[in-house]
Design a protein around this ligand. Structure first.
Ligand code: MLT
Length: 402
């Protein structure tokens, strides 16, 4: 389960002489939302039990729109960084009536004991905050290549490594993680996403691929099937270039092999400026209309909300880093005809606007022996929008491997 959203009502006493919710009152409301959220989960005892008091070190608030007495604001809380003694929580407040974004904020906390000395962040915090339908007990932190990555590991058997797209995290694979049988499912948050570390610099396809190769090493996995969605597919291509001997099979979902065009590269830079100036919310608003099929947008509003939260919860440094890594990625089309002998499944959403099914079919046709499948009523986010169908396709493919 994801951490609960909290609804709070704006009282006249919270407002200024002009009748707006006062900027200073936001701090109190954000704090109350955090307390309420913890109260409905592990409680504040999560910290007091371990004598680890979370002291606010830094606050960044953006005020997007005014709110007025009697407005009900819905607060969401996401853990965007989890270090040894510190953590960063991103919060947003949307008005329930019209879903307008009223304010967003980031709070950096340092855990200190009674003597004021920094102490470890309690274990249970990350488990509680990274819920989103995935059993938090299966998510662990692994330090590889100089960063701490969150990774969900489940089941026994040969390994399938899931690589998520941009700007998302490993929870897009929740149905497959939960329901695939006979395989060890490994799904990390790439650096810069989810609850993995998000350094300011140092992002490239080569770095993501090296992180994942090191992760396999750490988990003592010699060979794995790699399953990448969109940017995850770009990472899979990079792994084919660098650690081909570790790859037992390939599943390409909603992705392409070509590098960015000149125009595409310019669009990456524009998006990076947008993220820098306006934050992850602006990226989410720009991407959301294109990401999911009309059927998903119509029938699954809770899923649409969740995808938005996933995106708005992404650290800006991770977003900017990924945009640069995608802009500078190599052309992988020359790799495709050389994949002879490697089992490959290509999966496209029938209504994908970002990587259209026709383009993915053309790509599959250049890979010797590749199986191509389309999924009805799915856009770009096939494994989330059509979890059951996707899991079934993957299970069939995996069961057919030698
Ligand atoms: C993704 O879903 O990972 C992105 O759409 C990939 C891209 O922008 O090229």
């Amino acid at each position: 389960m994801p951490p609960p959203e909290i609804d709070l009502t704006v009282y006249p006493a919270d407002c200024d002489a002009f009748g707006h919710l006062n900027q200073a009152a936001f701090l109190a409301l954000f704090e109350r939302a955090r307390w309420e959220m913890l109260g409905r989960g592990p409680g504040i005892g999560l910290f007091t039990r371990e004598d680890a008091w979370p002291a606010v070190r830094k606050t960044d608030i953006e005020y997007h729109a005014p709110a007025f007495p009697a407005d009900v604001l819905r607060f969401t809380q996401t853990l965007v960084h989890h270090g040894r003694t510190s953590f960063t929580m991103r919060q947003s407040a949307r008005r329930v009536r019209d879903d307008a974004l009223i304010a967003s904020a980031e709070f950096v906390f340092v855990c200190i004991n009674r003597e004021g000395r920094p102490v470890k962040v309690p274990e249970g915090l990350s488990a509680f905050m990274t819920g989103t339908g995935v059993d938090p007990g299966t998510v662990r932190k692994v330090v590889v290549n100089g960063v701490s990555l969150a990774v969900d590991v489940r089941g026994e058997g040969p390994t399938i490594l899931f690589v998520h797209g941009y700007p998302l995290d490993h929870t897009i694979w929740e149905h497959q993680l939960e329901h695939l049988r006979g395989w060890r499912r490994v799904a990390p948050d790439l650096r810069g996403f989810g609850v993995s570390d998000a350094p300011d610099l140092g992002y490239s396809m080569a770095t993501y691929a090296a992180d994942l190769a090191a992760l396999l090493e750490t988990l003592a996995v010699e060979r794995a099937v790699i399953c990448g969605l969109s940017m995850g597919g770009y990472v899979a291509f990079e792994m084919l270039r660098t650690v081909r001997e570790r790859i037992a099979g390939l599943i390409l979902v909603s992705t392409r092999a070509e590098a960015d065009s000149a125009e595409g590269k310019r669009a990456r830079d524009t998006a990076a400026s947008l993220a820098r100036d306006k934050g992850a919310d602006a990226i989410a608003e720009a991407m959301l209309p294109k990401l999911m099929a009309p059927a998903t947008r119509l029938d699954k509003p809770a899923l649409v909300r969740r995808v938005r939260e996933l995106m708005t919860g992404s650290p800006v440094s991770g977003i900017i880093g990924a945009l640069g890594a995608m802009r500078d990625r190599a052309d992988s089309t020359p790799l495709l005809p050389a994949l002879e002998g490697l089992p490959v499944l290509v999966v496209a959403g029938e209504d994908d606007q970002i990587t259209p099914a026709a383009e993915m079919k053309a790509m599959a046709e250049t890979i010797p022996g590749a199986v191509f499948r389309t999924v009805p009523n799915a856009g770009h986010l096939v494994p989330l929008e059509q979890g059951e169908n996707t899991t079934r396709l993957l299970q069939e493919f995996l069961d057919s491997l030698p």
